[in-house]
Design a protein around this ligand. Structure first.
Ligand SMILES: *Cc1c(COP(=O)(O)O)cnc(C)c1O
Length: 419
């Protein structure tokens, strides 16, 4: 396979090539004005991103991890608390929880969406926790920690099913902080309010990452907190800047977690294209669906519930011999990714949490079988056809090897999933 024939997993360079003049102009302006930290670009971006998310406030910070950590801290999560999230996510979700002094507690994900399973959350809150007799607070049975918050993750650009999660949060008096780091622009049809809502506008606050490979990416590290809560937004502003609202007057110990002005300027330019890029990702996803939808066995395609509009940060399929498929595609010059190979409860870093293999079977199954195919706005039809041909080649080969004859491979047209 020659270099030019390769299909990368992600292609950032072409996007930046199209915007190069504008992006370089940001850097030139920063050099000339010597405004590197804070300044108008940061505030303008915050204003524009809040508008994009349908929230009142946005506070730019140094990364998605900062955003999660600051949002949790500003919401009042701290020492001795427990926070419920999922094991099928990037480690930053859990790092942010423990780094503000709390303990991550996991509930498994839904088989189809790979996001928090509200039924399992309900079971955990009802059976895994007890009410403290003295103050009526919810306490995790195993650790004795007070349960304070829920962090649903909108993984792969797909919304978690927020209605039942928000209902449980109300019932048990818990905060909801969304991890929207993979879901800039995703939407959820809130049955309770009978309207579509943007990722980042549904919990008390939300965290976004602008790591270069995200749907909206900086040219370096960046992140943001969105919220409708003025007080929480102000606390995040203080936390990101060494605990000061006024220079050298420190209300508390904070962090160096600011968004710098060059990244803010770059994000402003790229934000103008985000809606169109997300639309292109959706087109790529439906093309995959069309081209792969005829295969009835051996591969599971992403589920597209009628109550959400995904932004396909990743296009994740499931196959039994995932590692072999990855190798097969790699040999054909096609880049892929695995998100994520080890669920958090089985990571060495979280041995202290006391979970075991078998505790979260859905997450463990996804970790063993999920493969992310190339997905980015500039992915072309011809490229997708080539990817799909290789996937089918592998999947149908596998299926016919398992059954007695190749003729038993059924290529039936599957209806395009709508709900
Ligand atoms: C990327 C990501 C983060 C962390 O963002 P950084 O900007 O890399 O710190 C957190 N959660 C999820 C789900 C992510 O994908």
């Amino acid at each position: 396979m020659t270099g030019t024939n390769k299909i990368p997993f992600l292609d950032l360079a072409s996007v930046h090539a199209e915007l190069e003049e504008e992006l370089v102009e940001v850097f030139r302006n920063a050099l000339r004005s010597a405004a590197f930290i804070g300044g108008p670009a940061v505030e303008q971006f915050e204003h524009e991103f809040a508008e994009f998310c349908d929230t009142r406030f946005c506070v730019g910070v140094g990364s998605g991890t900062d955003a999660l950590r600051f949002a949790l801290m500003a919401a009042g999560v701290g020492l001795d608390d427990a926070v419920v999230t999922v094991p099928n996510t990037f480690i930053a979700t859990a790092e942010a929880i423990s780094q503000c002094g709390a303990l991550p507690r996991f509930v498994d994900v839904d088989e189809r969406t790979y996001n928090m399973d509200a039924g399992r959350l309900a079971d955990y809150l009802a059976d895994g926790c007890v009410r403290n007799d003295r103050n009526g607070k919810l306490v995790d049975r195993q650790t004795g920690r007070g349960v304070k918050a829920i962090v649903p993750v909108h993984l792969y650009g797909q919304m978690a099913d927020m209605d039942p999660i928000l209902e449980l949060a109300e019932k048990y008096d818990l905060l909801v902080i969304e991890d929207g780091c993979q879901a800039h622009g995703a939407e959820y049809s809130a049955r309770r309010d009978n309207c579509w809502k943007k990722a980042g506008s549904m919990g008390r606050a939300a965290a976004f990452s602008f790591y270069p490979g995200k749907n909206l990416g900086a040219c370096g590290e960046a992140g943001a907190v969105t919220t409708n809560d003025a007080e929480l937004a102000q606390k995040v502003r203080v936390l990101r800047d060494h605990g000061q609202a006024r220079k050298y007057y420190h209300e508390m110990e904070g962090y160096n977690g600011r968004l710098d002005s060059i990244q803010a300027g770059i994000l402003r330019i790229k934000l103008r294209h985000l809606a169109a890029w997300n639309e292109k990702r959706r087109e790529c996803a439906s093309r995959y669906q069309e081209l792969l939808g005829s295969v009835q066995e051996g591969i599971v395609l992403p589920y597209a519930p009628s109550w959400a509009k995904a932004v396909y940060h990743l296009y994740v399929v499931r196959v039994q011999n995932r590692d072999q498929l990855q190798k097969h595609l790699g040999d054909a010059g096609i880049g892929t990714g695995i998100h994520y190979p080890i669920p958090l409860h089985l990571q060495k870093a979280y041995r202290n949490l006391g979970y075991r293999k078998g505790d979260f079977p859905v997450s463990e199954g996804a970790a063993a079988e999920a493969l992310s195919l190339p997905m980015y706005p500039g992915l072309g039809y011809v490229q997708q056809e080539r990817i799909v041909r290789q996937v089918l080649d592998f999947v149908c080969g596998e299926t016919s090897a398992r059954t007695s004859s190749a003729s038993s491979v059924r290529l039936t047209t599957l209806a395009v999933q709508g709900g």
